[in-house]
Design a protein around this ligand. Structure first.
Ligand code: INI
Length: 153
């Protein structure tokens, strides 16, 4: 299991809030179960998935976090600009991850309808918020070990 010392920011969008609050529950449960204290988890809300990269970038720039978890839900059925919102959210988050050099767990659902979204937010297909948090922890641990290698430890 991963050993992570440090703080984690969970950036979560309010659009499709019924879904994203469940993703948040999953992510928080995962972080707590892996030994992070309540006080080591900062939850940052933004309006929609479009806003996730900007908030993640600012959070990373504080230097306060060993990892970021981004949570959102873009549903195709409800928006013709699905491709733009979902695509730019993913692209922006990938860029933050590489520019800032800290892991960004990707927990942005992109589905055809609300049923598929709910199934992945604590329903029959699991909770992608949990999965994104777990991946972020694994990567934070990996970065820490690689850094120790570089330092000759
Ligand atoms: N934001 C989402 O997170 N999910 C969506 O499905 C969505 N739709 O349907 O448009 C959405 N749009 C809002 C967008 O993320 C921004 O908040 C908005 O464009 C203001 O910048």
């Amino acid at each position: 299991a991963e050993k992570v010392d440090g703080r984690v920011a969970v950036v979560v969008s309010r659009f499709n809030e019924l879904v994203t609050e469940r993703l948040l529950e999953g992510a928080r449960a995962c972080l707590l179960q892996h030994g992070l204290g309540e006080d080591a988890i900062d939850v940052i809300h933004v309006p929609g998935a479009w806003e996730l990269p900007g908030a993640a970038q600012r959070a990373a720039a504080t230097g306060r976090y060993v990892a970021i978890v981004a949570l959102g839900c873009v549903i195709r059925g409800e928006t013709p600009h699905f491709e733009y919102v979902a695509g730019e959210s993913a692209r922006g988050l990938a860029r933050v991850m590489l520019d800032a050099g800290i892991p960004v767990g990707f927990g942005v659902l992109t589905t055809e309808d609300e049923d598929q979204a709910m199934a992945r937010a604590g329903g029959r297909v699991g909770n992608k918020g949990w999965d994104a948090a777990l991946s972020a922890l694994e990567m934070a641990d990996l970065y820490r070990r690689l850094e120790a290698l570089g330092a000759g430890a």
